[in-house]
Each structure stands twice: as C-alpha cells, then as structure tokens.
Design a protein around this ligand. Structure first.
Ligand code: FAD
Length: 420
C-alpha cells in the first residue's frame, strides 16, 4: 500500500474504539472509526467507575481529566436494611459517566475520522492488508483492522467463533436520576458517598456521577445505582425479557420494552430489600437491566501469514462489572497495541504477537478477578452444600474488603504485563 501513514480501520465507535483511534493516531497511524449506529451515541447514559490507568491514558491522548470529568467521592458507606451506616471507610474515587468520556473523545477526533451508520458484515484479510465489508456493500481497505465492536463482536465471530459470552447467572438492574429529584434528606445522607447496601446474596451500589450536560456541580449531578440480582436464565430471565405483547427478546430486552409490571415488581422488591435511602432513589427512576456475562478469547490477533486483525475491549474479554474496569481494560488494550506498533514499526507480526501476549494474560486475569467477586451472587441459584470457595456466603466486611482490594489487584495485573 503506497500511503505515507499506515491505516487502521477501527470497528465500533464506543469508548474502546475511540481511545484506540486516538492512540493509533498519536503514533503516526491514520485511524478511521466505523460505528453501526446511525445516530450519535452521546445519549447512552450510565455511570462509570474509573481507574488511574484510564485517567493516565486519556491524558496521553490530550483529554484533560480535570474536575469536570467526574465526581470525586471520598467515602464508602455500607447501609443495612434499615438504612443505618454499619461501616464507613475513606476512599479516593472518581465516578464519571459514559457520555462524559464519549463526548470528550469524540470532540477531539477529526469529524471525517468517525463514521456513523457503518455496520461491519465481514472482514477479508490477506498478506497485504484487511478489507472491511459493510452491511450496505461498501468496502474500506486498511493495513490493520481493530475489532472494538463489543461483547457480540462481528469480528470475533468470524475469527474465533468458539469464544462465546457465558451468562453469569445474574443481572444488573441500573438506574440513574437527576440529583435534584432526590429528597434533600437522602442527598445529605448518601449523596456524596459510594454506598453499598447489605443484601444477602445480592449486591447493590449507589454513587454520584456527572449529570445532564455532564455537569459536576453539586445539585446538578446525577445519582447512579447498580443492583446485581441472581436471575435464573431458563425462567425468570425469559420472563423479564418478554415484552407487553408477549414477544421474547432473548437475553436482553431494550429498556423501553420492559413491561410496566416488571418495573413495578422490581421497585417493590427494592423497598423490601434495599436500604430505604437507595430504594427511594430507585423508586423515582426508570430502571432497566443488563444480564452479566463472562467472555474469554484464546487469541486476539488473527491473519496468515501476517496478522492483520486485532480484538480490543469487550470484543476480546468481558470481566464482570464489579471491578469497574471495562473501559480501563479497553484503554490499556489500545495503549498496548499502539506501543507494540511503535516498538515493531516494520513488523506487524511481531507487534501483534506482543500485543496478544500482554493483553490475553491481562484479560484472563481481570475475568478471573471479577468472577471471584461475583461468584457468591451467581451461587444463590445452587444449594448451599454445593457451593465452594468464593461462592460461599460473604458478610459485608469481607465483601467490602474484597471490593476495596480489587482496585489494587487491577493495578497489579496491569503492572504484571510488562514485568513491572
Ligand atoms: C452493569 C454494568 C456496569 C459497568 N460499569 C462499569 C464501570 O463502572 N467502569 C467501567 O470501566 N466499565 C464498566 N462497565 C463495562 C463497560 O461498559 C464496557 O467494558 C465498555 O463499554 C466496553 O467498551 P467497548 O468499546 O469495548 O465496547 P462497547 O461499549 O460495547 O462498544 C462496542 C461498539 O461497537 C458497535 N458495534 C457492534 N457491532 C458492530 C458492527 N458489526 N459494526 C460496527 N459497529 C459495531 C456497537 O454499536 C458499540 O458502539 C459496566 C458494564 C455493565 C454491564
């Protein structure tokens, strides 16, 4: 290919794809992002925990991670069923939002490099490059194709069809509401903290995040709740994913189609099980749920004789969200790829070989760590005498200790990649 810069085709325009495009451009590659959605993704609303590695990588690509990027939280609280604080610990966390990061990354990328409405159908890879063939029949040619197309990756399905997401046995109910819609008394009690609710066999967390228009000023932020509940795949999940017309939607239903009786039911369950402060916030929201999966890939670089295709982010590995590291992992994948391409500038095989060695080990480590953290939730569907190790019931002290330590363990796994 006779071009000044090598060209990468990045499939998937979410956070992993955007960070990859920025990092590849920063090391002298042309990078084009292709996103299947026709409309801008900015309306996706969800709170997002951050790790220092993510902040460092955002800074590396020129995104100033200042106070406008997230809400600083200095305390973790654990609330019992009555809403009493049974444990409090100092912490240092920055809670951001999907839309906040997406907006900054997207704005900093030249418009012509980000193409909406491009659904990848298949890849044609040969020794000279890779061609992306889109659903509308259009084609793009590049030196490298990066699959950042998420848990149901089309790229992975083509090159590694055996790697499939495995349902973990529970769902995450999620809710986000404007801070101003929370009664003042509740805001004063939990609004500045990372709050854990003590519920046997389940896990429920709440924390402040940037609000509408990504505002981080007190009073204009939002509050985010994530509540993990054991949910049998064969019966309960099928029912949850059946809409009001009786149509089944597999294992995930679009939030607007969740039946009103399901929403009323989960709000009533929240009142029965969750600390009243968090249950009240939940009851005022429009909750939706996502099933939790594990995904591991045995390889993340493909193509013979020269690899031309790489997987990144959730397309490669999905760790359960307890460790709040999905976006951090996608960013570390992207940084590893960019660094490998610099270290082996004339040898794509060596570069992707190094990328695969570093990030497969890291991805496996994160999946194992997060699986351990959530094992007791999944195990609720098993009789007690069959549960082993991390599946055994956990008291709130060991749960919070494990949650706290997992941040150090994510750091240690990242450092172990390069012997650090
Ligand atoms: C309940 C829950 C809570 C979470 N909390 C956190 C947290 O606190 N912190 C954190 O870091 N992570 C968290 N995560 C994980 C995080 O959301 C993911 O790890 C992260 O979004 C992965 O980013 P990605 O870019 O790899 O994939 P995705 O965000 O899934 O993006 C994939 C993109 O590819 C596009 N696409 C798919 N197929 C095609 C195709 N054929 N052609 C073109 N485009 C395509 C999709 O439309 C999408 O935009 C959480 C996840 C869940 C479920």
């Amino acid at each position: 290919m006779n071009r000044m810069h090598k060209r990468a085709l990045v499939i998937g325009g979410s956070l992993g794809g955007l960070i990859a495009a920025h990092l590849l451009r920063s090391v002298g590659w042309d990078a084009l992002v292709f996103e299947r959605n026709a409309d801008d993704l900015i309306s996706r609303g969800a709170g997002l925990g951050t790790h220092q590695h993510l902040i460092d990588i955002l800074r590396r690509v020129g995104i100033a991670f200042d106070d406008s990027m997230g809400v600083r939280v200095g305390k973790v609280l654990c609330l019992d069923r009555a809403g009493t604080v049974v444990l409090a610990k100092d912490t240092v966390r920055v809670m951001s939002g999907w839309a906040r990061l997406y907006g900054s990354l997207r704005a900093a990328l030249p418009t012509e490099c980000y193409r909406l409405g491009h659904a990848l159908a298949r890849v044609e890879a040969d020794s000279d490059g890779a061609t992306a063939v889109f659903a509308d029949g259009t084609r793009e040619r590049g030196d490298l194709l990066v699959g950042a197309d998420g848990i149901r990756s089309t790229v992975r399905a083509q090159f590694l069809p055996a790697a499939q997401p495995v349902y973990a046995g529970y769902v995450a109910w999620r809710a986000m509401i404007d801070e101003r819609d929370i009664p003042q008394k509740i805001r004063a009690e939990v609004g500045e903290c990372y709050a854990f609710c003590d519920i046997e066999g389940e896990q429920c967390l709440g924390y402040p995040v940037p609000g509408r228009d990504n505002d981080t000023a007190a009073g204009r932020r939002a509050y985010n709740i994530v509540w993990y509940r054991p949910t049998d795949a064969a019966t309960t999940l099928v029912d949850l994913c059946t809409d009001a017309r009786g149509r089944r939607h597999g294992m995930a239903i679009p939030p607007p189609l969740i039946r009103p009786d399901v929403i009323a039911g989960i709000k009533a369950t929240a009142r029965a099980l969750v600390a009243p402060q968090i249950a009240e916030i939940f009851a005022r929201s429009e909750p939706f749920f996502q099933p939790i999966f594990d995904l591991e890939s045995s390889a993340i670089a493909f193509g013979e004789p020269v690899p031309r295709v790489a997987l990144l982010g959730d397309a490669a590995f999905v760790a359960r969200p307890h460790i709040g590291a999905g976006v951090t992992k996608a960013a570390l994948d992207a940084a590893s790829l960019a660094d490998a391409l610099v270290a082996h500038a004339d040898d794509l095989g060596a570069a992707l070989g190094r990328y695969q060695r570093e990030q497969v080990m890291f991805g496996r480590g994160l999946v194992g760590l997060s699986r351990d953290e959530g094992a007791y939730i999944a195990a609720q569907l098993k009789p007690l005498h069959e549960r082993r190790g991390a599946e055994l019931p956990r008291d709130i002290h060991s749960l919070m200790a494990a949650h706290h330590e997992s941040r150090d363990r994510v750091r240690a796994l990242a450092a172990a990649r390069n012997g650090g």
